[in-house]
Design a binder for this molecule. Structure first.
Ligand code: NAP
Ligand code: MG
Length: 498
């Protein structure tokens, strides 16, 4: 029993009832660090914060309370043009002439500053995006710093990436990122770009720009030369202006397959290099011989991490028939104790759904699952009265033709299917337009190796899930995109190889 547990006469959340009996509940444990938010955030161009030329701002909302957090500048094409020109000037006059060793020092400095500001960044990320503080504190922010530390080490060793070949940076890189891991996706993009000697114009997602603009403050604190990093917040048109800008010679995009397709089309008549990190519908495959406790934890982490707003979420559970009932029973017990609520509470497992639109999309797909004949199970917990929340949900009786088995839900919803043989598992796992990630749970090493070659997915986790490391390349097959981020392969995508 945690020290903070106390008796409460109120009707408890069923999640708590199961564990402590109907009278017990946790005390709130809010994270109290000051996120040091400004009332208004301007664009970060050429080392300075500047208002958008047309003077347009949009609010950034806290999805857990629907409260307005700050006003975010909306860049138009002329602001994007100024940012690209600043980046180009910084590239030709400063960054491309600087020895790798010196560039590396800036990356180290940024990494250390991310650590220094870790609590402030974690709280800002949680307020703006709705993810639980334990995730932004223990995953997003430390991983963002880790990416800068890792790439700092490469900055003066690039010649070892492809021996005998000549390597050169692209110049100005245009980057567009989504809202599910705002600071981490920024780090995945900016750290390798800078290590490789490029300068950057980055557009964060419209709804989660605060930590990206705080990152601008960190660039200033690190003394990064003006124009090496530029952050242009705004909506989809701002992103389109970044990727189409003539000074941008490489584009890196993370987001939906639909927008990825638009970008691919819009760049088809240009020389620009492009990498796309898009959606996913991963299979998490549990064989009969798997250590079931461990597998169930991995399945829960695979789908409920960040409310399921994860491109590589294990959103389809494929479980071998002999253990299907047992695994389902354990999953039901496990989700019964997941805590949904205030993202700033350190005990929260599932925070807020990122936006009202995303909640509508989840509701629509869940409704289609019920209508198509699958059986829905959720943990029945009480949801906060304000904000956007969704209960952890399992679907049984799912068949491959159901929309919930085919489409990316991007929410805390797991579709459970069964299989008899390894071949059937592989067939079902690969029967998707996506190919980003997969998980395999089995006691047998040779089966892991066989599965990892048969599964058409960029990442295959074995007896674990959602393990990330800057040294390890990440990326997709098929409609999950192309190109890699992380590791040597990711860095090579930021270089011209001749
Ligand atoms: P999204 O709608 O595609 O948006 C991604 C980014 O693109 C946002 O910054 C968005 O701006 C911008 N954008 C929109 N239209 C654009 C256009 N025509 N040209 C250029 N940029 C444009 O995706 P999302 O809903 O934010 O993110 C969820 C999706 O991202 C999911 O499908 C998920 O699987 C995928 N994702 C993939 C990975 C990966 O590594 N493979 C990682 C994370 C997420 P606004 O914010 O203003 O819309
Ligand atoms: Mg927000």
């Amino acid at each position: 029993m945690p020290a903070a547990a106390r008796k409460t006469p109120a009707r408890p959340n069923p999640a708590r009832e199961l564990v402590f009996g109907s009278l017990w509940e946790y005390d709130p444990a809010p994270e109290t660090a000051d996120p040091r938010l400004k009332r208004r955030y301007d664009l970060f161009i050429n080392g300075r914060f500047v208002p958008p030329r047309k003077g347009r701002y949009l609010p950034s909302i806290n999805p857990a309370t629907e409260a307005r957090l700050a006003e975010i500048a909306q860049a138009d094409a002329s602001d994007v043009d100024a940012a690209c020109k600043a980046a180009h000037k910084a590239f030709t006059q400063v960054w491309s002439r600087m020895p790798g060793q010196e560039r590396g020092k800036y990356l180290y400095r940024i990494a250390r500053l991310l650590q220094d500001h870790a609590r402030e960044l974690a709280v800002a990320e949680t307020l703006d995006g709705g993810k639980p503080i334990k995730e932004s504190r223990d995953f997003d922010v430390p991983m963002a710093a880790a990416h800068f530390f890792y790439h700092a080490g490469w900055a003066d060793k690039l010649e070892h990436l492809a021996s005998g070949r000549s390597l050169a940076p692209h110049g100005v890189v245009g980057q567009v990122i989504p809202w599910n891991f705002p600071l981490l996706m920024l780090a995945w993009k900016i750290a390798p770009a800078l290590a490789a000697g490029n300068c950057v114009v980055l557009k964060p997602a419209e709804t989660t720009s605060i930590t990206a603009l705080k990152f601008g403050e960190i660039c200033q604190e690190a003394g990064l030369p003006d124009g090496v990093v530029n952050i242009v917040s705004g909506a989809g048109e701002t992103g389109a202006a970044v990727v189409r800008h003539p000074l941008v010679s490489k584009v890196a995009f993370t987001g939906s397959t639909e927008v990825g397709r638009l970008i691919l089309r819009s760049l088809a008549d240009t020389e620009k290099k492009l990498t796309l990190e898009l959606g996913g519908k991963a299979a998490n495959i549990v064989f009969e011989d798997a250590p079931l406790d461990q597998a169930v934890e991995g399945v829960v982490n695979g789908i409920f991490f960040n409310q399921g707003h994860v491109c590589c979420a294990g959103s389809r559970l494929l479980v071998q028939e002999g253990v299907a009932d047992e695994v389902f029973a354990r999953l039901k017990r496990r989700i019964a104790v997941l805590r949904v609520g205030d993202p700033l509470d350190k005990n929260t497992d599932l925070g807020a759904i990122h936006s009202a639109e995303q909640l509508d999309k989840i509701n629509e797909l869940v409704k289609s699952g019920v209508e198509e004949g699958a059986v829905k199970h959720d943990n029945g917990c009480r949801l906060p009265a304000k904000g956007w929340f969704f209960r952890p949900t399992l679907f049984t009786g799912v068949s491959m033709s159901h929309r919930i088995a085919r489409e990316e839900i991007f929410g805390p919803v797991l579709s459970i299917l069964t299989f008899r043989t390894l071949e059937e598992a592989v067939e079902k796992a690969n029967n998707t337009r996506y190919g980003l990630s997969a998980g395999v749970w089995t006691d047998k090493g040779s089966r892991i190796l066989k599965m990892s070659t048969l599964l058409k997915a960029g990442v295959v986790w074995a007896n674990t899930y959602h393990k990330f490391d800057p040294t390890s390349p990440f990326g997709g097959f098929k409609e999950s995109g192309f190109g890699r981020e992380g590791g040597k392969q990711g860095l090579l995508d930021y270089l011209k190889v001749a």
